[in-house]
Design a protein around this ligand. Structure first.
Ligand SMILES: [Ca+2]
Length: 499
């Protein structure tokens, strides 16, 4: 067991020296060596740099060599669109989507899913549908595709391009099913995979005062106000001659971020790859703390849907263009993340939507899990709201309880406050109920959120706002309700956990 003691001691000396050097370097503000790839440069400030990847080009080694070297996020260019994933109704096909996904994962990259509900690139059978039939087909499509990729993706573009340039809704067959189709899509998506961030994606929403931008902003504000789940906005950022980088681009990003959503540039390409526009769009993202990353829509100019305009960062021969240099320099100049970095956010973010799904327990025990030992059941004799609660019986330890795994992505930084509210009732007795978060990072941390004595004659609310901190990379979050010293049977209902 102690065979490696000497090696360990040497290693510790090395670590001590490295820590000392890093400390001196930080005290003297010695710049860190600039990263030499787009992905590594973006990662220094906690962001990603991605590209669209086409399954048909994965056999092109010049293409895959650049993509594997430069990027750390992948968006399948066409392979997860509705016509690709459900070519015949209720017959799903993930062959091409999986090929891109597997290529990305095998190269250490994350994946943005694109896209679930869109007026374009619908399969033929869907194009001819309308009304309730289409609405149900959309819901079934979201459920079918998201089930396949459940827990695997970083983001999903749930809805794509739903607005006209004048800010009205696009007159699509989906819009024809009712104005609530977008929120139904997002609610369906949240229930299908609570672990993935859900985005609205559109083009020509880069200018803060443009009617379409304002309309999307108003929709997100409305969703936030009413608790419709939405986590992010994708600005496609296709800059053409008639639609180039607006001077208020950073304001646009800040306006969206102020609503409590992540923002991302999702499909960037620029006519003739203008260096000033590429520098400006990158800098705007770096200046907004919730701008989480940039994706260019293709690797080389020859891979672009606008290839005649040479809009990307690599030429057709795979050479880095001047725009590449302006982008990587802006990425490298962004303040690094870490304990010494100054938070760029100055305003308090808007409250997030509820991290918990089936929070009213009206869908039985769906998404609720046992922490430790016990049995969950959907109870119709006791409920705080609706007609159901979730009950746990058979606990053998005080820490056993009713829990739900929460997406790590809901906790972007350590030290933020979360607010909890959950209603609890005992079957007998008056135990003290405790709402707790178990955080899995470099060590496991338990954060007691709220506690109260509960009883069998009524419902008691546990509520509080508390900071949540951990060290290292957060890999798991479990919310659960236990009792302090006993194995009581308890009911919970109407749970809410949000930032
Ligand atoms: Ca209920």
């Amino acid at each position: 067991m102690f065979r490696n003691t000497k090696k360990s001691a040497l290693f510790l000396q090395f670590v001590s020296l490295a820590v000392f050097v890093a400390l001196v370097a930080s005290l003297l503000s010695i710049p860190v060596a600039a990263a030499t790839t787009l992905g590594a440069a973006a990662a220094q400030s906690g962001r990603y740099f991605g590209t669209a990847i086409s399954n048909g080009k994965l056999g092109d080694s010049a293409y895959t060599t650049i993509a594997a070297r430069e990027f750390n996020m992948v968006t399948p260019e066409n392979e997860m669109k509705p016509d690709a994933t459900e070519p015949n109704q209720n017959q799903f096909n993930f062959t091409a989507g999986d090929a891109v996904y597997n290529w990305a994962i095998s190269h250490g990259m994350k994946v943005r899913g694109h896209t679930l509900a869109w007026h374009s690139q619908q399969p033929g059978w869907m194009q001819s549908m309308s009304g309730t039939t289409l609405r149900n087909a959309m819901i079934n499509h979201i459920n079918g595709v998201m089930a396949h990729y459940k827990g695997k993706l970083a983001y999903w573009d749930v809805v794509n391009e739903a607005f006209n340039e004048d800010g009205t809704r696009r007159n699509s067959n989906l819009q024809g099913t009712g104005n609530d189709w977008i929120e139904v899509a997002f609610k369906t998506a949240r229930a299908a995979d609570p672990s993935v961030k859900l985005c609205y994606n559109d083009y020509n929403i880069e200018n803060a005062t443009y009617a379409k931008t304002v309309a999307v902003k108003n929709m997100i504000q409305d969703f936030k106000n009413r608790g419709v789940p939405i986590d992010c906005v994708g600005l496609q950022t296709h800059f053409t001659g008639g639609s180039s980088l607006p001077s208020n681009f950073q304001t646009t990003l800040q306006n969206f971020a102020a609503l409590g959503v992540d923002v991302a540039l999702t499909e960037v390409d620029v006519t003739q790859a203008s260096t000033t526009q590429y520098q400006g769009l990158t800098q705007a993202c770096m200046n907004v703390s919730r701008c989480v990353g940039i994706t260019v829509w293709g690797v080389r100019d020859s891979d672009s849907w606008r290839s005649s305009e040479a809009p990307l960062l690599f030429d057709g021969s795979g050479n880095k263009k001047a725009a590449y240099t302006s982008v990587i320099n802006a990425l490298n100049a962004a303040p690094p993340v870490g304990p010494t970095a100054t938070p760029a956010r100055t305003n308090t973010p808007a409250p997030s939507s509820n991290f918990l799904t089936n929070a009213d327990m009206e869908s039985g025990t769906t998404n609720w899990v046992v922490n430790g030992v016990g049995t969950l059941s959907s109870d119709t004799t006791q409920f705080h709201g609706g007609a159901h609660s979730v009950k746990i019986t058979g606990r053998t330890s005080a820490w056993n309880g009713i829990g739900q795994n929460v997406a790590v992505s809901n906790f972007p930084t350590s030290g933020q406050n979360v607010t909890v509210s959950v209603w609890v009732r005992s079957q007998t007795g008056t135990p003290t109920a405790i709402a707790t978060l178990r955080l899995t990072a470099s060590t496991t941390t338990y954060v007691q959120l709220a506690s109260a004595a509960v009883n069998s004659t009524g419902w008691t609310q546990l509520t509080a706002t508390v900071p949540v901190s951990w060290s290292g990379t957060l890999t798991g979050v479990l919310f659960y309700v236990e009792t302090a010293a006993g194995t009581d049977n308890i009911y919970i209902d109407d749970a809410n956990l949000h930032r």
